[in-house]
Design a protein around this ligand. Sequence first.
Ligand code: BGC
Length: 784
Amino acid sequence: MKRVTSLLLLLPCIGHAQAPSAPQLGKDPIPAIVKAMTLEEKVKFVAGNSMHFPGMRNNNNNGPVVGQTADKVPGAAGTTYAIPRLGIPSMVLSDGPAGVRIDPVRKDMPGKTFYATAWPVATLLASSWDTVLVQRVGAAFGNEAKEYGVDIMLAPALNIQRNPLGGRNFEYYSEDPLIAGSITAAMVRGIQSNGVGTSIKHFAANNQETDRNTVNTIVSERALREIYLKGFEIAVKRAQPWTVMSSYNLINGTYTSQEYDLLQTILRDEWGFKGFVMTDWFGGKDPVAQMNARNNLLMPGTGDQSKKIMEAVQSGALPEKVLDANIAGILRVMLQSPAFKGYKYSDHPDLRRHAAISREAAAEGMVLLKNDDRSLPIAAAAKNVALFGINGYDLIAGGTGSGDVNKAYKVSLAQGLGNAGYRVDPELQHAYTSYLADYAAKHPKKGFMQEFMNPTPPAPEYAIDNDLLTKKAAADDIAVFSLGRNAGEGRDRKLPDDYYLSDTEKVVIAAVANAFHARHKKVVVVLNIGGVIDVMPWRDQVDAILLAWQPGLEGGNAIADVLSGKVDPSGRLATTFPARYEDVPSAKNFPGKEFPDRATTGMFGMKSIPAEVTYEEGIYVGYRYYTTFNVKPAYEFGYGLSYTSFKYSNLKLSAATFKGKLTATVTVTNSGRVPGKEVVELYVSAPSGSLDKPAEELRAFGKTRLLGPGQSQTLAFVLTAGDLASFDTPSTSWIAGAGEYTVKVGASSADIRQTATFTVPADVVVEKDHKVLVPQVQIDELKH
Ligand code: BGC
């Protein structure tokens, strides 16, 4: 009896040992987790849970989307597939570059809101040239993501601003890869310091919206490496983003998400990327090719993709070990995620604190383009502001599409000026706000998809009555005209009434200028824009121009901070304002050509037209072109004024002969009357040996602390051989050629204040890379 009892007692344990519980993520090694997955689980795991579109059934025409789960964070762009039996949670992925993009209200939680901070757009942040500031923004941004239950931010975006008409330029940082890469690295570090991830996007050469899902970017190996990949390389090496998002376009004939040499050879083998790659939403064509290319995750994911991957594994077209490696890559990142750690998010980020950081960052990235006769800051006695332009009463906080943010409010310039103690002319305010209200009533916003496909056009500028204008010129102290522009994903900007001012805008600016100048009063233009516009025809008519970009939800307050002189403008252009659109080096190759005879039916039944664009300007993008070919822009790269002035002195190099590394030091002194910060830009002119070289390239930059009048700061910049090198196509290597180099330190690409030279005694081969992504056709590339 005794023996029977003990046997019975043992039974449950024996049963347990015979059917061991499944391995658990975090407790068991990743290979064991992957091994324990069924093939069905595997193919579902590499595709996300799809997404809901308001007013639309699921996107998948082939039956139900995989692993549809209840929304944890409604409005987030996507989620990954959970496998609870293996301890694998679902991660939440959310847009976007300007803030956490989620639904602000939830049906099941009446009375509760989920608004997010609209940060200043990327172009503004880059114009601060301040990586410390951007990292602080990133830290607050990442905290907000974490407190709203997000695991990975689909941000930052860092494609090169190749052409002013690029519809998503506001989401991107610069025309220069060093700025783009450095600012990205700072943002990634900031966001990821919270233990949430980033997805740097869109990898790569995704520089237009026209035909974005079909366009084949034809680009030389050198331009690709030096201009379009360089920023990503800097960001990966400096900040290890958790993920990278492949782009929609093709590069030299292959979709980026299907290009092994981009995602494995370059990204992982050459740069050492440790995270995983996801597609852009519905990007690419062939899920099996994407798996083989090491694009780990297909977003937002469809049942059809999983089915095709399953068939390919079964037929042997896709080795299961490749699928396993893709899964392991996602799981490795997942181990760090808040979802895996079971983080109890509050849904209560400190929005007030974040708004204050957003305001501060916004003011730091604004660029003072013109300031004749010290028209700004607004004179202390000038309290009555005549605010013109519809945009002054309706701020454009940020762009549209996935780069938009559901914010609780936005501060208009009129409100910002009011908050700063100015009296905004009430009669003007009434005229403009009535006009805007009337327009909005007549043009109600459509549904999400209709707005995406065919957005309601913004109100045209209000043609202000001349008598009212004359009256205001007599009554008010100063005129401010605010000009707005908006754009976003899905389409590029156009020249008429967008890059160029509309006729009404030109007429109103001229009329305001005439009326106020007749009374010896100043006229200031505020540009609330996300991308470059034409300034030449009107800039001489006004006294001052403040480029406020799209400054986020506190925009009006931040603009007022700069206009009033509370903050000294220390932003500098990270993108050139050309004198004429035709001067833009990519003008004749933007947005490329379409092949309508080869059109097919694509996503959502939309026409899909094959297209291609050839980057004939090669490496001569932005200032690299203007400085080398002596084309004078309206406002050059690196340019921006301040309310004070700075002197540069004592540029010293640590050696006259380069031996692997060199330090340049320079002293900057505030020689003006008010405290300010100076952006210090270090360009290098390299000897042109066998390699065609731009006249100068930005190789380092820094920003001083706030310097009081008379105060100085010495900045040090380290240059390595890599900083001097160019990509030599025949040898697929980075070479710093022998010869004499000039270090040029200054306040813009054209305003060089100090120079010094050093010699590289013999060619230095910095790195040998793989011969990959070779163009399939001859490119008639611009050479100097
Ligand atoms: C955009 C991405 C975005 C994704 C998810 C795509 O249309 O190109 O930048 O992250 O949607 O919303």
